[in-house]
Design a protein. Sequence first.
Length: 139
Amino acid sequence: MSEKNKAKARYFLDELWNQGNFEVADELLARDYDGHSSTVIRGPKGAIAFIPVMRVAFPDFQFKILDQIAEGDKVATRWKLVGTHEGSFQGIPPSGQKVEMTGITIFRLADSRLVEGWTNEDIFGLMQQIGVVPALENA
């Protein structure tokens, strides 16, 4: 079961996020999917609504999976998002900066669907890269 769950999490990040294939949203996400991160995503419709917002801000973004660990009904995925800030992001005008943001998402699955996800991402580092927060100088 663990390998199938890891494959489902990989498929979610690749097909839905990287490829923008929204047709798989109902197949991958439970109707009551609850995504906890800096942006809350509820159900397949929530994902379908939010992903294009990210695509406007970072049209070339791609998730790259760095590590995965699975046990029982949970999959921990350590990832890196890479892209270019070419559109407005949370009211921040485009900077043209190439960015990388790392994070970890723990998915919970039931009946072969993602039902919940908890994400911790480096939003602070992203804000530094697009010039909203000054970078700390090394002493």
